[in-house]
Every structure is written in structure tokens, then in C-alpha cells.
Design a protein around this ligand. Structure first.
Ligand code: ATP
Length: 230
């Protein structure tokens, strides 16, 4: 069976500046994978390349065997790749409900199931997004990604800058998503402890390349210091 996601030797540039230098990564359906590495290692760039916000220059990215190379980002979303972007972007002047509806595609996820996952959004349903707290905006960003009914969910820094209690709410929601067993999740986050508790595997990036992959148990303290600076 083809892997859900396969990246082989991917290079990517911002103008003349190279950010990915031959990144390879594979994910199976239902797998939860953490992408880790120091600042600037290329985690966000990898996520952007997968969801086609950035075109890679060489190498190959396949989703369920289909070459993503020629596809624009809205086509990747249609194939089943859902992004909750860094900076929790949503439509600031639309209400929570309108934001969710704008992202909707047919499937198991709908407004009711998103509000069940994030009950905190229920009372805020008719409020415009810009009036929400940071945590609520993050929940909305994840909710929007789920409304596309993805098979692969990309979560980039979903807990960044949030208060501890709100972070816990987000991790609980991610863990609930994992328990579903169908959805594959690629996570980028600064909190190694939380990632270790939830991810099946981690892939370490260094200077735009994958340098190691394994379980968090296999990641020794020496490797964490060498590759992650912690
Ligand atoms: P962080 O944890 O700091 O978000 P990251 O691992 O996500 O780091 P990327 O944001 O993917 O790293 O950055 C990879 C490289 O690309 C870095 O050298 C960064 O400076 C560069 N880069 C990222 N975004 C841009 C951009 N919009 N224009 C130019 N260079 C960029």
C-alpha cells in the first residue's frame, strides 16, 4: 500500500534562499508524527510544501501516491490535506460559524462535531473571529482545518504563546483526534514533552534535511542536545 504521504529529496527556496536541502519523510495512514528541530531547521517550510503554499524546486511529494508537484494549495486541500497554520489565521471579520462554514467540505466533520471537540467555541459561535482570545482563535483554526475533512492534518505551532490551561485544552483535543485512529497528524511544536506523549514517531530536521527518525524513547538526551539544543 502506498504511504499516505511521501516526500523524497525535497528542496525548496524562498527567492534565492534555500530552506529545504533534500528532505525525505514518509507517513502511514493513522500515524501521528512530530517534526522537530532547532529554529530555522525547516519545519514550517516542510509543512508549507506539503500543503502547496510553497512550491518545491526538486524532489517529489506524493499524497496517497498522487504527485502534488503541479497542484495549487486549494487542490491539495481537496485531496485531503488540512492545515492549521502557524499564527492561527482565520477570517478576522467573519463569525466563528461563518469561518467554519467557509472551510466546509462533505464528511464526518461539521459544525456540530467541531463544537463538540471545542465546547469553548459554542458560546462564541456568533462572535467575529477578531474578538476571540488567542486560544479560541487557535481552536477555530484547527476547527477550520477539520471542516475540510482531511485525511492528513498539519498542525504548525498550535500551542505557541497560549496559557498553560489553554495549551492543555488543545493537546486534549489533539489526543481525541488521534484516538479516532483514521486521521494522520503531522505536528510541529516547541513542547517536546507534549509531543512525546502523543506522537508515534518523531523526525528530526537539521538545516532543511531529515537527519533522524524514531520514537521519542529512542531519542537519547545526547541527540536531543545535538539536534534540538535542549
Ligand atoms: P521556527 O521554529 O523558527 O519556526 P522552522 O524549523 O519552522 O523554524 P522555517 O520557518 O521553515 O524553520 O525556516 C527555514 C529557513 O527558511 C530558515 O533559514 C528561515 O530563515 C528561512 N525562511 C523562512 N521563511 C522565510 C521567508 N518567508 N523568506 C525567506 N526565508 C525564509
Amino acid at each position: 500500500m502506498a504511504p499516505l504521504l511521501s516526500m523524497k529529496n525535497v528542496t525548496a527556496f524562498y527567492g534565492g534562499s534555500q530552506a529545504l536541502f533534500g528532505l525525505s519523510l514518509r507517513m502511514r495512514q493513522g500515524e501521528v508524527v512530530a517534526l522537530v528541530g532547532r529554529n530555522g531547521a525547516g519545519k514550517t517550510t516542510a509543512i508549507k510544501a506539503i500543503c502547496r503554499l510553497l512550491r518545491h524546486r526538486s524532489g517529489e511529494i506524493r499524497f496517497e501516491g498522487k504527485d502534488l508537484g503541479p497542484l495549487a494549495s486549494h487542490r491539495a486541500a481537496r485531496l485531503g490535506i488540512g492545515l492549521a497554520p502557524e499564527g492561527r489565521r482565520c477570517f478576522a471579520t467573519l463569525t466563528v460559524e461563518e469561518n467554519l462554514i467557509a472551510a466546509a467540505r462533505p464528511g464526518h466533520w461539521n459544525i456540530d462535531s467541531v463544537l463538540r471537540l471545542f465546547p469553548q467555541l459554542r458560546d462564541r459561535r456568533s462572535k467575529v473571529a477578531r474578538t476571540l482570545s488567542g486560544g479560541e482563535q487557535q481552536m477555530l483554526a484547527i476547527g477550520r482545518a477539520l471542516m475540510t475533512n482531511p485525511r492528513l492534518l498539519l498542525l504548525d505551532e498550535a500551542t505557541e504563546g497560549l496559557a498553560p490551561l489553554v495549551r492543555r485544552n488543545i493537546w486534549e483535543a489533539v489526543s481525541e483526534l488521534k484516538s479516532d485512529g483514521e486521521l494522520s497528524i503531522l505536528l510541529v511544536d516547541k513542547s517536546l514533552r507534549e509531543l512525546a506523549a502523543i506522537a508515534d514517531r518523531c523526525v528530526v530536521l537539521e538545516r532543511g534535511r531529515d537527519v533522524w527518525s524514531g520514537t521519542f524513547d529512542e531519542l537519547t538526551p545526547e541527540m536531543a542536545v545535538r539536534h534540538l539544543g535542549v
